[in-house]
Write a protein that binds this ligand. Structure first.
Ligand SMILES: *[C@@H]1O[C@H](CO)[C@@H](O)[C@H](O)[C@H]1NC(C)=O
Ligand SMILES: *[C@@H]1O[C@H](CO)[C@@H](O)[C@H](O)[C@H]1NC(C)=O
Ligand SMILES: *[C@@H]1O[C@H](CO)[C@@H](O)[C@H](O)[C@H]1NC(C)=O
Length: 301
């Protein structure tokens, strides 16, 4: 024991003044924010949302498992070659009543369920020309889709597979608790469950394939790598600037645009409206794997 302790001290002494982060200390200070802001002019950082969260606190916000997909990538073939992709596109302008409000996953690693149910909610409305206009229940996936791990994280493509096989009820039927629970047999008020389903599941990678998927059917779910600086995002086109890897995160892509020659995706996050641009964010094409594994399906209408 003494020998071990001694050698640990020697290692410390030899490696010089290591910067050891106190795990209970806030992850960001105003100086860190200023440094991010001064080091680039693509996006703006702020302490507003992240406040005094610690490194441990932010881990709960990025729990999607990024791993090879089980579903074949969709091949557009000649469709893609002939597709006229507009320089900018926003589903909120194209389908104003079908892109549903920003939600808040709270203190539960359920982003994978939010990205899935949010994109299918929008697609059901778009595909039914507004006649099915519902917000689907992320809680139902958290409680019932056992191919994922509820509040401890999950897999976007398997969530879509679950929505195809089993379907999901509405948010107003099974409300959000931000905690794991037993799979409900009825709505919260005791009425019987009514299921909404995906008719297919496809994955898309690369900007043109994802753009084609959004133009054809509406928002898609995607997963990407979150680094610490992303927590401080408050506007502009995000590009990873500083901070370590936190984990995988799933969100909904609703469109794209360009700023000073940089193409970016418009995404809806599920961290409430006080994060980012009222809950949305812009991220440069190709950053953090944002456009390498999107998933969506046609709605069963
Ligand atoms: C970040 O930097 C931008 C541009 O340098 C500045 O306008 C903004 O006020 C800064 N924001 C914060 C929160 O420091
Ligand atoms: C129970 O909840 C469902 C789903 O939101 C709703 O359609 C139904 O009207 C509610 N029933 C009662 C009796 O409140
Ligand atoms: C950026 O978008 C605008 C329209 O929003 C378009 O006129 C312009 O050509 C685009 N620029 C690039 C580099 O794509």
């Amino acid at each position: 024991m003494k020998i071990l302790l001694l050698s640990a001290l020697v290692v410390l002494a030899l490696s010089g003044p290591a910067i050891v982060r106190d795990p209970s200390a806030p992850l960001f200070t105003q100086e860190d924010i200023d440094l991010i802001n001064q080091s680039q002019d693509s996006w703006t950082a702020s302490l507003d949302w992240v406040g005094s969260m610690t490194a441990e606190d932010v881990k709960k916000y990025a729990t999607t498992q990024i791993r090879p997909r089980e579903f074949p990538e969709f091949h557009w073939g000649a469709v893609l070659e002939n597709l006229q992709v507009p320089a900018s596109f926003d589903s909120r302008n194209q389908w104003p009543s079908c892109v549903h409000p920003i939600l808040n996953q709270g203190d539960c690693g359920s982003c994978w369920a939010f990205g899935a149910t949010e994109a299918l909610s929008d697609r059901l409305c778009i595909g039914s020309k507004g006649s099915i206009n519902v917000v689907l229940s992320p809680q139902y996936l958290v409680d019932c889709d056992h191919t994922s791990q509820g509040c401890s994280g999950g897999y976007p493509d398997l969530a879509w597979s679950f929505m195809k096989t089993n379907g999901v009820p509405t948010y107003s039927c099974v409300g959000y608790t931000a905690a794991n629970g037993n799979c409900p047999k009825t709505c919260d008020n005791g009425s019987s469950l009514q299921f909404y389903k995906a008719a297919s599941v496809s994955t898309y990678s690369g900007p043109s394939s994802i753009q084609a998927a959004i133009l054809a059917g509406g928002p898609v779910e995607t997963a990407f790598s979150v680094y610490e600086d992303f927590m401080t995002y408050s506007g502009g086109v995000y590009k990873h600037t500083s901070g370590g890897y936190v984990g995988g995160h799933a969100v909904k892509i609703i469109g794209w645009g360009n700023q000073s020659g940089t193409n970016y995706w418009i995404c809806a996050n599920s961290w409430g409206t006080s994060w980012g641009i009222q809950g949305f964010f812009w991220i440069a094409f190709g950053q953090c794997g944002i456009d390498s594994q999107a998933v969506a399906g046609s709605p069963l209408v």
